[in-house]
Design a protein around this ligand. Structure first.
Ligand code: FAD
Ligand code: DHB
Length: 384
């Protein structure tokens, strides 16, 4: 089959790109290894920056987001004995929204603008500087081929696109992971709580007025099954300060429990010939600060107009700038995610703990410190 853009991966980056291209009059075909149900059910990110909300709204994907999403003015930052609220709206004029990646994915599927071939295997990219095409095997075992003027690698951190781009990679692994739970219980907080604690970091997030999402710092290699529900709630209560100034953490039935490793990874350039990388295919951030999904959306916000100009108007200017423009934001978010991670997680060295506490006191007491965190968390404008 022939199309204008072959998109590899039907996660948020791939489906949003297909949606934006369709609205701009550019046809695409999306290839995805997993089933539609599997992709829809993956529990991942939960926070959208203002610019992600603005982009989804402008793309006609904002109806449910505005009806069911929850704007938050900021976050709580805490350590034993102290909790401080940072108000991003006061500090930067921008807010963030609680709206799960599962919901963004559902809105993209419901928009029905993408032609997606699910459950393919053996995906391989060919002739990226000549006549680009992608080969694959369909779910029924028949071989397939998509010829396209451009290929978008939106296939996440384990897909084949990344390896097709010669360039440089940078990587940092962290000596801890997150144990994440989803629970059928009303959140015990109005806005997210990021907690520094000598036993390890904890985060209280949420998905809706009846569903909470919480995380605990755990050692790498932790088996989620080795943590009983009772132990998870006890540890969350300790680290989040149950009883502190009368605050209470209400436990409830846990519906999902998993361990997430933490990694920073950047690959540049984000382009080789007619192949363009977007989202996790080009970069991974540790989750502290909720940047992964937002960064994928920001890449696609640049890539869609770049491919439109290239394919509809034969104008390569934006496509030629894509990698440099996108990488600037990638490195900003990579730094911010690393900074939030290293400020909040407990390591081996007690000297680091004192520096972390000093940093937390500064960020919560100086308007300049708070504004720096707020500007990065609520997100810089797309194109920065
Ligand atoms: P993905 O969502 O990974 O989509 C890539 C798609 O490509 C997948 O559907 C995959 O099945 C498909 N694919 C892979 N290989 C192939 C192939 N060979 N051929 C065709 N298709 C292929 N971010 C946050 O901000 N906050 C969080 O709390 C958070 N939690 C996370 C938890 C987990 C377990 C993970 C993995 C990520 C988390 N993230 C979080 C990061 C965030 O979810 C990602 O940044 C976001 O999903 C990136 O979107 P994407 O479309 O680039 O990649
Ligand atoms: C969530 C995840 C994050 O990494 C974060 O910083 C905030 C919220 C979440 O899954 O809700």
């Amino acid at each position: 089959m022939r199309t204008q853009v072959a998109i590899i991966g039907a996660g948020p980056a791939g489906l949003l790109l297909a949606h934006l291209l369709r609205r701009a009059g550019v046809e695409s075909v999306v290839l995805e290894t997993r089933s539609q149900e599997y992709v829809a059910a993956r529990i991942r990110a939960g926070i959208l920056e203002q610019s992600s909300v603005d982009l989804l709204t402008a793309a006609g994907l904002g109806d449910r987001l505005h009806a069911e999403g929850h704007p938050h003015r900021g976050i709580h930052l805490q350590w034993p004995g102290e909790r401080h609220h940072l108000d991003f709206v006061d500090l930067t004029g921008r807010s963030v929204w609680v709206y799960g990646q599962t919901e963004v994915q559902k809105d993209l599927v419901d928009a029905n603008t993408a032609t997606v071939v699910y459950e393919v295997s053996d995906v391989a990219l060919h002739d990226l500087t000549g006549s680009p095409h992608v080969t694959y095997t369909s779910a029924d075992g028949t071989p397939g081929r998509v010829d396209a003027a451009a290929i978008a690698g939106c296939d996440g951190s384990f897909g084949p696109s990344r390896a097709s781009v010669p360039g440089q990679t940078w990587e940092r692994t962290y000596p801890y992971s997150w144990l994440g739970i989803l629970a059928d219980v009303a959140p015990s907080t109005d806005e997210l709580i990021y907690a520094w604690h000598p036993d390890g970091f904890a985060l209280h997030s949420m998905r809706s007025p009846t569903v909470s999402r919480l995380y605990l710092q755990v050692p790498n290699g932790t088996d989620a099954g080795s943590w009983s529900d009772q132990r998870v709630w006890d540890e969350l209560a300790t680290r989040l300060g149950h009883g502190q100034d009368g605050w209470k953490l209400t436990p409830g039935p846990i519906t999902e429990k998993s361990v997430l490793p933490m990694r920073s990874f950047v690959q540049t350039p984000m382009r080789h010939g007619r192949l363009f990388l977007a989202g996790d295919a080009a970069h991974i951030v540790p989750p502290t600060g909720a940047k992964g999904l937002n960064l994928a959306i920001a890449d696609v916000a640049l890539l869609a107009p770049a491919l439109t100009a290239l394919l509809r108007h034969n104008d390569p200017t934006l496509a030629d700038r894509y990698s440099d423009t996108a990488s600037r934001r990638v490195w900003r978010c990579t730094h911010f995610s690393w900074w939030m991670t290293t400020m909040l997680h407990i390591g081996e060295d007690p000297f680091d703990a004192q520096l972390q506490l000093s940093q937390l006191r500064w960020v919560t007491s100086s308007e300049a410190g708070a504004a720096g965190l707020a500007e990065n968390y609520a997100g810089l404008p797309i194109g920065f």
